[in-house]
Design a protein. Structure first.
Length: 213
């Protein structure tokens, strides 16, 4: 995005064709300041330095804008999870730990996107691209769970979908409570990474996947 500002009080301007990106960035900044429910469609337009009618060129309403913000967040989230998982390298258990750290880092470093994705009450079914982006991000967790479950004997192998949902809930809970980068973060007498690592260790041991590790 190509913003230009003359001084701190000046209206922002954008190069022609970047209106959609400008509105997404404006909404992201407003979420960081006021929360996902703390601003209007007109506020987003004003923050982007455009008229109140301009957003309707791309979005039918505020909910459509929020869905696009969430979609961008899921796309970034997927990329970071994929990089951390790295196809299970150097080995699945170590890669799984990296995946958990990436989840926490995203909540810490991208609190506005995180809030839009999980706290803005945007129905996934309201936007096909949003749902697809969400499913691609979750698919990284599922592939990781499949790689880990493969270490169990076939007769007692836990379902990968069950594992991925459990790990997702565990990671999301710790991220939302203790690792986020905004005022919603709670204090913790250890690092969120240590808490998540210990919790996942207990979980995987309970499934018999890391006996003796």
């Amino acid at each position: 995005m190509a913003w230009t500002r003359q001084d701190p009080g000046a209206r922002r301007s954008y190069h022609h064709g970047n209106l959609r990106e400008a509105l997404i960035e404006a909404a992201r900044n407003l979420i960081a300041l006021k929360g996902p429910a703390g601003f209007t469609f007109a506020d987003a337009a004003r923050s982007a330095g455009v008229s109140s009618a301009a957003p309707y060129r791309h979005y039918r309403d505020r909910d459509a804008l929020m869905a696009d913000v969430a979609r961008h967040g899921f796309e970034l989230f997927e990329g970071q999870l994929e990089k951390a998982w790295d196809s299970g390298k150097p080995e699945p258990f170590r890669a799984f730990e990296n995946l958990g750290r990436a989840y926490l880092n995203f909540a810490r470093n991208e609190p506005a996107f995180y809030s839009a994705m999980f706290e803005a009450a945007v129905p996934l079914d309201s936007d096909a691209e949003l749902r697809q982006a969400s499913e691609r991000a979750f698919a990284v967790l599922r592939r990781a769970a499949e790689a880990l479950s493969a270490h169990a004997p076939a007769a007692s192998r836990p379902p990968a979908l069950m594992m991925s949902l459990h790990i997702w809930a565990l990671s999301h809970g710790i991220a939302s409570l203790f690792a986020r980068g905004d005022a919603g973060r709670r204090s913790l007498p250890m690092t969120p990474e240590d808490l998540l690592e210990a919790a996942v260790l207990v979980y995987l041991r309970g499934l018999g996947l890391i006996e003796g590790r």
